[in-house]
Every structure is written in C-alpha cells, then in structure tokens.
Ligand binder design. Sequence first.
Ligand code: FES
Length: 145
Amino acid sequence: MKNRRTFLKTACKPIVLATLGIPILEACSTEEISESSSPSSTAPSVNEKKPLVINLADSSFSDLTEIGGWKNYTQEDLLLVRISDDEIRAFDNRCPHQGNRDRWEYDGSNFTCQYHFNTYSNSCSGSLICFSTTFEDNILTVTFS
Ligand code: FES
C-alpha cells in the first residue's frame, strides 16, 4: 500500500483534487494522440493494391474506344485515357490540389479539375499519379506500384 506522500506524487491530479472535494474536469490519461493517426490509415496503401484487370468490351468503358476518349472510373479512383490504339494510361483521380476525385474534364491533353480549375498533363511525368498499364486484346491491366 502506498503511503500518502507517494500517492499524492503519483496519482492523477484531478483524482487527488476530487478526493479533497474540489471538482475539476481534466483527463487522467497519459496516452498521447498521434497526429498521423487517421481513419484511413488501416486502408491498404496503393502499393498493396492488387493489379486491376478491366475488360474494355464492357459497354461501361465505351468512352475509351476512340483515341482521346477518357473516363473517370470512380469505383476504382482512376482516370483512364486512351492515348493510342495500343496505349491507355491510368492515373489516380485524386486531385493534387485538395484531393477531390469526382469533377474532371479532359481536353485531349490535359485534365482539369472543376473545383479550382487546375490542369494536369496526361503525361506520366506530371503531378497526377500515373500507374503502369498493359493493354492487349481489349484487356487493360493497371498495376499499382
Ligand atoms: S481540388 Fe482540384 S483544383 Fe482544387
């Protein structure tokens, strides 16, 4: 059993004050809250995501049949654009400015986010995160690494 002096040194201050009849609102926990914690921290990172295989024969991808065609594939958070007969590029559809994903336009060479009208090149050396793709026999495979 602790003696009184040890108790007063080690006990949480609000508890000590409460035993003396002095109410005070303060937490006793000594656990620090990490600023890096977030609800999404348990979601798989892009590097852990398995390759995505898309059959472009599916009518929902008809926008990609012509060169210059594009699609904001929101179910997979991707911007897809047909560059040539044998190349389709895939980008993360998260706007580098503030992270919005849902309002994009494309002019044939640049994507424009409709929130603040910043534009991003369709090249893989621009600000949008570009993923590796292969395209063969109407099957597009996107690799997230
Ligand atoms: S969020 Fe896209 S331009 Fe601002």
